[in-house]
Design a protein around this ligand. Structure first.
Ligand SMILES: [Zn+2]
Length: 224
């Protein structure tokens, strides 16, 4: 079977060539010459609605992005298995020497919902089930589901960001740099419906709207 390349991608590429590439050609050439040196790493969800480059209006070379189901960071486990997210972290921290790591969670996350629903495996491999078991400690800290379901899922989404930040600190190279003040870890949470971005206060662990974020009338964050 020979399927043609998606028309949507061809038209998008042509738009890129006609507009953004024209505006950013020098930047691309410089990046090709000197290599990339982003200062920010984003760990985001695969969800097609939550593109870090769109949300943060990023240009090429500015952000080193790894996306996985539910924006999770596994704990440090040097056990010879295949660790895609840990490999990206290693490269970002050791080779690129990035200065910030942002765990970017989001509202209405399908991965988090699958965990909360104890969904049936989608295939015999149950890769999502295994991957999502990473948030079990977060679910334990969030407590049993009670009351409004949307509020519980939002609570779980925020607790999962917290858990990923804890797991980041289990990587020796990250812990050392954080303790020396050369690397900062951040939590953020994007509301798909409203575009509201919440930022985690490092002192209290609470999430508050970013400056300039649009705010709805209902209480945060479960209306996002
Ligand atoms: Zn998600």
């Amino acid at each position: 079977m020979t399927a043609s390349f998606p028309e949507r991608l061809l038209s998008g590429y042509q738009a890129f060539v006609g507009d953004r590439l024209v505006r950013e050609r020098e930047r691309y050439e410089a990046l090709a010459e000197k290599g990339q040196s982003p200062e920010i790493m984003i760990i985001g969800c695969c969800d097609s609605r939550v593109s870090p480059e769109v949300i943060f209006d990023a240009s090429p070379g500015e952000m080193f992005v790894v996306r996985n189901v539910a924006n999770l960071v596994p704990p440090y486990e040097p056990n010879g298995e295949y660790h895609g997210t840990s490999a990206a972290l290693e490269f970002a921290v050791q080779a690129l020497k990035i200065k910030h790591i942002v765990v970017l969670g989001h509202a209405r996350c399908g991965g988090i919902r699958a965990f909360a629903d104890e969904a049936e495996p989608l295939s015999p491999g149950d890769f999502i089930g295994k991957w999502m078991s990473l948030i079990a400690p977060a679910a334990e800290r969030a407590g049993p589901p009670s009351g409004d379901r949307a509020a519980y899922l939002a609570k779980l989404e925020l607790a999962s960001i917290e858990n990923s930040l804890r797991n980041l600190m289990t990587f020796p190279c990250i812990r050392v740099l954080v303790e020396k003040g050369r690397l900062a870890l951040h939590g953020a949470y994007f509301g798909v419906a409203t575009g509201t971005l919440l930022l985690r206060d490092p002192d209290s662990g609470e999430f508050h709207p970013a400056p300039g974020a649009p705010l709805g009338r209902r209480p945060l964050p479960h209306c996002l």
